[in-house]
Design a protein around this ligand. Structure first.
Ligand code: SF4
Length: 307
């Protein structure tokens, strides 16, 4: 029996589909979910629901807190190498949005997509569940925030143009490619993400009965080398909002407990920042405020609201 099979034993007896991507491979489990909208809480409590088309995430970022919500400890350990695809998500969403509409005909729900996965992780190019979810939403016009670090979001501009209250949060936690490659080596480049935000801003103009916002989320705020800070911060002007948050600033014990060893080790590599973390964080925040005069700068939960 292969070690990979043993790793997932007890969770799924079927053989996974293996999705080969440019950065390696991931085990894909195709499942039928029981429900798709989950009550929002914690950092995103301002929303009615979270919506996760997948469980697990191919990006496998070293600091990802969502790893803690893996089905079992082995899968948590193997975070980034498996994805559970909720194949019936579009049908479920149509039913659940209809039920909400029957109960609250004049108040479309506020939805945050996604809280424990990236809705535009590489497998979405093939599976297209996120795209199908957006198609369902057009008829119900929820207030929607999309949280991603993938430029693939621009693929769906044609549907996003049909949504009236939309915020796109692009995750760009550092302005240094070297740091990005250490903390999240499988993720798209910083430049690709900023270009995607530019394209979204251009293609989704605000105005009339449409309200479209774009945020850059730096949560956690990772180090940016001092010599790269000014140029990077200037580029953030493209966003309506920049959200920062220190590494596990919540002080929430369960969240701290979820910091994987990988991220803790990397923090040591960047001791020049983390030994003076509070000071570096405050200095970076002051630079953001000084340079980005027409961009909102928010911290923590306050930055994740739609409004
Ligand atoms: S993209 Fe988001 S959900 Fe995926 S591993 Fe990175 S932090 Fe976690």
């Amino acid at each position: 029996m292969s070690s990979k099979k043993l790793l997932y034993e007890g969770y799924c007896n079927r053989k996974p589909t293996v999705a080969r991507e440019s950065f390696g491979s991931a085990n894909i489990y195709e499942r039928h979910a029981k429900s798709i909208l989950s009550k929002a809480s914690g950092y995103i409590r301002a929303y009615d629901f979270t919506l996760n088309p997948y469980r697990g995430c191919q990006y496998g970022c070293s600091y990802c807190y969502a790893a803690a919500f893996s089905p079992n400890p082995s899968m948590r350990q193997d975070w980034g190498n498996w994805v559970i695809s909720k194949d019936n998500a579009p049908e479920l969403l149509a039913k659940e949005l209809q039920r909400w509409d029957d109960r609250h005909p004049n108040r479309p729900p506020k939805i945050y997509m996604s809280s424990v996965t990236d809705p535009y992780q590489p497998f979405e190019t093939q599976k297209r569940i996120t795209r199908q979810l957006l198609e369902v939403m057009v008829a119900y016009q929820p207030t929607l925030t999309i949280q991603t670090r993938s430029p693939m979001v621009v693929r769906d501009i044609d549907i996003l143009q049909q949504l009236k209250r939309l915020r796109i949060n692009m995750s760009v936690p550092t302005g240094s490619e070297r740091v990005r490659k250490d903390f999240e080596p499988r993720s798209p480049s910083i430049q690709a993400r900023l270009l995607a935000i530019g394209k979204l801003k251009y293609s989704l103009p605000d105005g009339g009965d449409r309200q479209v916002r774009c945020s850059i989320t730096m949560t956690p705020l990772l180090p940016t080398f001092p010599e790269e800070q000014d140029e990077f911060i200037n580029k953030l002007e493209i966003a309506d909002r920049v959200v920062i948050q220190a590494f596990h600033a919540s002080g929430n014990r369960s969240l701290v407990a979820t910091t994987r060893q990988e991220a803790t080790d990397l923090k040591r590599k960047y001791a020049w920042w983390y030994d003076r973390e509070e000071e570096c964080y405050q200095a970076f925040k002051s630079k953001l405020s000084a340079v980005l005069s027409s961009t909102e700068i928010k911290e923590g939960a306050e930055g994740f609201t739609y409004e």
